[in-house]
Design a protein around this ligand. Structure first.
Ligand code: ADP
Ligand code: ZN
Ligand code: ZN
Length: 811
């Protein structure tokens, strides 16, 4: 028997190995097996197919060992991988690389690290396992080669696999980012008092130690409102001492337990909050979505910001889990999952888990297994949550479906997770609900073409009206006030005086996006990229936002030798500084990539803002998306022009979505929401449409443009990038490639052209953009040709070192 095996590498195809007679009983589709590639590379690959037919041209090597007792992926997942590789023009190995957690990937390059948190009972270990775990205790990390030497044999994958399963070591994903998880002490109520009568009795009969009672009441309050209670934060919030807490623990009222703080998967909280009662409008919307899904595979829920779309998803998900099926709730970004999980845990408790690529590998495997067995019913996650082994997935909710982050940019597979989810759901006979206040043009087009169901919810839950929007003309401002105009400052002061909060949005981080020599016009650029350097004041350096390189501040012009630099434009850092200068005593925090590193920092800042410890939150896109703050009355878009002035067919769509979404953060719980947009192009159609909150006007305007220029949804786009250290080789390769295509396909190609940023990390970039009809045959034909000629280019003596990147349906 022979097996086709997927190896987590970008290989041109899957290869075949022989299944030795001794393993024929064991080997099953979806299991991992150890195979040798070339003379000495070993990989854990996944069996995709088993057949009795031997390959014709060569004699396959045998499989070396079987790593699993049961498949780790379902066959429907393998089918999805195959489709993704085909559609997005990458390899199944690349999809596998993205799809499975690092623990399940082992290769010759793997490094295994000791799991310091696990204490092992050596009785449970085999001799070989014991040898390796001892060596790990001493050395902390071991390479595959070292393990082979220690055991004096080549085939060591089964031993490693067992050690990983037993939690003794894990696979280091990346030499650079070692995972370290933070352990915190969490408090919970002792089981004796979980029953309400017992608790009531305890509280009523409390006589002495009033401080302990205060602490207990504070604990009960936070457990109710926040789900889980950390020792550190409750002592702070309740202003209590360790001695008081210890007394409660000694009395057997509270229990303290060490837990990793991101161990959300196993949160013991049960989730007992009853679902909210839906408003009449929400009920209608819910019924409409359900009805649409009877006849459509996909339903769009178009609900204005603050209309309570989440409550509708919750109701839909609830029905799914009542039937003992699984649901996936997707958000465009990891950062958003933290606030949402706190909201969802109230209803679903332990049956919901969060899954994304920033999770610790142990936990990812744990969730993986629980999803596979069906124990976890609901998964909240970003793109990669689509790859979990669902046992019976029946609903996928894609919140903020318009968000460009659903598209993976780098590395391959460059997939659109929303579109992939729609395909996958179809295969699984599951349903998809897309939700947005500003649906993407393609999605709304699909809805009015009746391909998707459509439900419109046009009322905010608590107030009805959307915030009013004021435009401020930045051309008419006194010198030096363009960043914070007097009107904006006055509104901010008024809002804060009313004990309300403010969000200011600016889509650029740093202090100043570039410096310019006032004498000769020279602008400092990155040495490796064609990008101007952003000035970061606090860090006192210049930084390239494309490759991350940083440079000391330049004072002397490299072109003319003068010392006459001026800062141009402004980023979030400068806004923060100006606010601090203009409004002393007001608490300002900044949320952008520079000061938010891990997901915990992001969530901590959000929680601080929720708890009103911050008056003004200044940030980039991070503050725009889906967050729900009840106390924000004022939102300011500091520089709308920067959203309107770039050269991309989606510029209008992105600008409208961004402005409407950021406006949606204002006045979510009352009628006093105000949005201020500072802009010089007051008459710009998008600005006017945003001011009216006119989505339909926007769509009608935009769809005309798309039709006129035959952009999506009237065509499909593909982008091919040719990258090389030498500009002329990249350009020639693109031309050579273009001219090898048939005339029909050539007609659909734009370029070669240099993208706006035409050099990144020392490589010059030339692009071919292909605009092709949506007809499946045409697309198929084009892809076939592209693959063929890419292969030829890859062996062409002059162009084989050109790096080719294919992007289907690029952002
Ligand atoms: P959207 O996602 O549509 O912008 P959300 O789902 O975040 O809106 O809802 C906005 C706010 O209104 C949230 O704070 C939410 O808890 C509240 N809300 C919405 N519907 C209800 C309801 N039926 N009962 C109570 N609160 C609700
Ligand atoms: Zn100069
Ligand atoms: Zn750079």
């Amino acid at each position: 028997m022979y097996a086709e095996i997927i190896i987590p590498l970008a290989l041109p195809k899957n290869y075949t190995w022989m299944i030795p007679a001794s393993m024929q009983e064991e080997v099953t589709i979806g299991m991992r097996v150890e195979v040798m590639l070339g003379a000495n590379k070993r990989y854990a690959g996944i069996v995709k197919n088993i057949s009795s037919k031997a390959p014709e041209a060569f004699t396959p090597k045998p499989i070396l060992s079987v790593l699993d007792d049961a498949p780790i992926v379902y066959e429907h997942q393998l089918a999805l991988w195959e489709w993704m590789a085909e559609y997005y023009m990458c390899t199944e190995g690349e999809v596998m690389q993205a799809a499975i957690p690092s623990h399940l990937k082992i290769s010759s390059e793997s490094v295994f690290i000791l799991n310091e948190q696990q204490e092992q009972d050596i009785k449970n270990l085999s001799d070989a396992e014991y040898i390796i775990s001892e060596a790990l205790e001493i050395k902390k990390t071991l390479s595959l080669l070292e393990i082979q030497k220690l055991l004096d044999k080549k085939s060591v994958y089964p031993v490693i696999n067992k050690l990983i399963q037993k939690g003794i070591c894990f696979v280091q994903e990346n030499m650079k980012d070692k995972y370290s998880s933070k352990v915190e002490i969490f408090l919970s109520l002792h089981a004796d008092y979980k029953n309400e009568a017992a608790l009531e009795k305890l509280l009523n009969e409390w006589t002495r130690a009033p401080k302990q009672l205060d602490l207990l009441l504070a604990f009960l309050h936070f457990e109710k409102t926040e789900g889980s209670v950390q020792q550190k934060s409750i002592l702070e919030k309740a202003n209590a001492t360790h001695a008081q807490l210890k007394a409660l623990i000694d009395k057997g009222i509270l229990v303290a337990e060490k837990r990793k703080i991101d161990r959300l998967a196993t949160d013991p909280n049960t989730g007992n909050t009853a679902l909210h009662t839906l408003s009449e409008k929400q009920k209608e919307a819910l019924e409409s979505v359900k009805a649409q899904l009877l006849t459509h595979p996909v339903g769009l829920l178009h609900g204005i910001t603050g209309s309570g779309k989440t409550q509708i998803y919750v109701a839909l998900i609830n029905e799914v889990i009542q039937q003992n099926k699984q649901a996936l709730y997707m958000l465009p970004e990891i950062a958003l999952t933290a606030q949402m999980i706190r909201r969802l845990k109230q209803y679903f408790g332990g049956s919901i888990a969060i899954y994304h690529s920033k999770f610790n590998p142990n936990e990812r495997v744990e969730i993986w297994n629980k999803v596979k067995s069906g124990e976890i019913k609901i998964v909240l996650g970003a793109r990669s949550a689509l790859f979990l082994p669902y046992k019976n997935l029946s609903l996928i909710v894609i919140d903020e479906e318009h968000d460009p982050s659903y598209k993976q940019q780098e590395p391959a597979p460059r997939y659109q997770a929303r579109d992939t989810a729609i395909y996958y759901a179809n295969q699984l006979k599951a349903k998809v609900v897309l939700g947005s206040a500003t649906p993407s043009v393609e999605t709304y087009f699909n809805a009015i073409s009746k391909k998707f169901g459509y439900t419109y919810l046009n009322e905010r839950f608590s107030t009805g009206a959307l915030p009013k929007i004021e435009l401020i003309d930045t051309k008419k401002q006194p010198a030096g006030t363009a960043i914070l105009t007097p009107q904006l400052l006055a509104s901010i002061s008024k809002t804060i005086a009313n004990k309300k909060q403010v969000i200011l949005f600016q889509n650029r981080r740093g202090y100043a996006p570039y410096l310019i020599c006032e004498t000769c016009g020279w602008i400092p650029h990155c040495e490796h990229c064609d990008v101007t350097l952003t000035y970061h004041k606090a860090k006192n350096l210049l930084s390239c936002h494309y490759c991350g390189a940083s440079y000391p501040i330049v004072n002397t012009c490299k072109a003319c030798g003068k010392q006459n630099f001026k800062q141009k434009s402004f980023g979030t850092e400068q806004i923060e500084e100006k606010l601090n200068q203009s409004l002393p005593g007001v608490i300002v925090a900044r949320m952008d990539l520079d000061n938010i590193k891990g997901k915990n920092e992001h969530d901590q800042l959000i929680q601080k803002f929720e708890q009103r410890q911050i008056d003004i939150l200044v940030g980039t896109q991070m503050v725009v998306k889906g967050l729900d703050f009840e106390n924000v009355d004022l939102v300011g878009i500091v520089d709308a022009d920067s959203l309107l002035n770039f050269n991309h067919y989606r510029v209008n769509e992105r600008a409208f979505q961004m402005m409407e979404q950021v406006s949606g953060r204002a006045g979510r719980k009352n009628d006093n929401g105000t949005v201020i947009i500072q802009v010089s192009q007051l008459q710009h159609p998008i600005v006017q449409l945003v001011q009216q909150h006119d989505y339909f006007g926007f769509y009608n305007f935009e769809i005309q443009n798309r039709k006129h220029f035959s952009y999506p949804p009237f065509s499909r786009l593909m982008s091919l990038l040719f990258k090389h250290k030498e500009n002329n080789i990249a350009e020639e390769a693109a031309n050579h490639f273009l001219h090898s295509l048939t005339p029909e396909i050539q007609k659909t190609v734009l370029g070669p052209a240099q993208p706006i940023v035409n050099r990144v990390r020392n490589k010059y970039i030339w692009e071919l953009a292909i605009k092709i009809s949506k007809q499946p045959q045409q697309l198929q034909l084009a892809k076939k040709q592209l693959i063929h000629y890419i292969r030829l280019l890859q062996v062409h003596p002059r162009y084989k070192s050109v790096n080719i990147v294919i992007d289907i349906d690029p952002n």
